[in-house]
Design a protein around this ligand. Sequence first.
Ligand SMILES: [Zn+2]
Length: 495
Amino acid sequence: MATPLSNRELDALREDADRFIAELDEEAYLHFAGHKETYDLVPIYERHAELTKLDTALDVGASVNGGRNVRELWRFACEGYLGNFVSEEEEKIAEAETHSVKVGGEEIPYRDLRPRIANEDDRARREALERVRNEATEEHNGLYIRKNQVVHRETERLGAPNYTELYRGFRYPLDDLADQCRRFLDSTERLWEDAGDRFFRARIGLGLGEIERWDVARVFRGAGWDEAFPKDRMLPALEATLSDLGVDLRSQRNVELDLEDRPNKTPRAFCVPIEIPERVVLVIKPQGGPDDWRALFHEAGHTEHFAHTSPSLTVEEKRLGDNAVTEGWAMLLEHLTIEPAWLERRLDVPRPLEFAAEGATQLLWLLRRYCAKLIYEIEFHAVTDVTTMKSRYVELLGGALKVTPSDTDYLADIDDGFYASQYLRAWAFEAQLRAYLREKFGNAWFTRKDAGSLIRELWSEGQKPTADELLQEVTGAQLELEAAADRVREALAAV
Ligand SMILES: [Zn+2]
């Protein structure tokens, strides 16, 4: 029988959750930045065993009183409970993915297959690599099926008939968002057919009807623009951009820049908010190229959001809450790298409007992909036998993108905890906030100190408000996915 917890018990749990997340973050930082070879999660889970027990989740659930903080704590306890259960399957999946596969006499680690395809010029070789990747993925799918069976079984013990219902209980606006996604897919169908076709033709000489899934990563890699985005200018451009907004990156005592090169350091930039706001780490290993610039600015957006978060907020408001907020701030900085006015100021990109239009087309691909993914995931997590969803994956994703995906990806291409919904809402938040900033401060809003003051003030609110509330507070508007479509249309119309 679940019993509501006292305020004192909830406080103790909150403190425990705070330390648990800090320890997980620190371990992730040490491992992925290449400071430490092993990734030791088990001792951390053991130190905080109470947090991930079924009774804890049920008792916190019984304590939800309409307030957001306890509901967030309940979600955290449920996710911890499920996470603990599937950690074995996840370790096995991670292990399987470190194995190598044979491609024409060469041994290639499974995880290197996608980057290899993105960097392969020869079309037939790209296809061969993709076919090998699909076969290997199919072999891992047994593990994913087991993981999903465990999640389904344990979700019922948490009191919800399935995972989708569990998240509806956390008040995720899944159904409203899915409606917006269907409308977005309709309203941008022609736009994608035209812009996508032009984009693929310009970059690789194949139209939307001819392009295959193994060509897409190659096209997105955008190697033709590499020279315009050199690696030695990434950090100076970031520092100058933040400085315009009133942030002196080098003198921020609570921001650690991990710049040193280490053999096992993940090449993609990442941010770890170990203590919010006292210790936020931004890990960088600059490679150069438009993708790498985008990743750095995205992670810098997370970094500054967490570093400016008010220390007086509760654990839930700092560490939990609506991740569409931090993703929205990350998108705001990331999308500067496809902003013509910014490109002209910080880089000498030839034909900035053209680059911005291509960036908007890639954004449209992502938006349509995530719309289809969310609709798919809502259905996926409500069925008892997930193997029945294989053809539905191809139908939904292929329908949205006009490029047929591999049905072998129908299990791996799923984000835990409906994270797709946070990205979608973050894209809407960014589009609407950017429109507001441009209206109020001009097209070069990112050079204005007063825009910087407003942004820093909003950062200080952490994740106490949701993305919807934050937008309402600043602009008075509702979060609308269609705003992201308008943003894409504007960039396409400028060329
Ligand atoms: Zn992010």
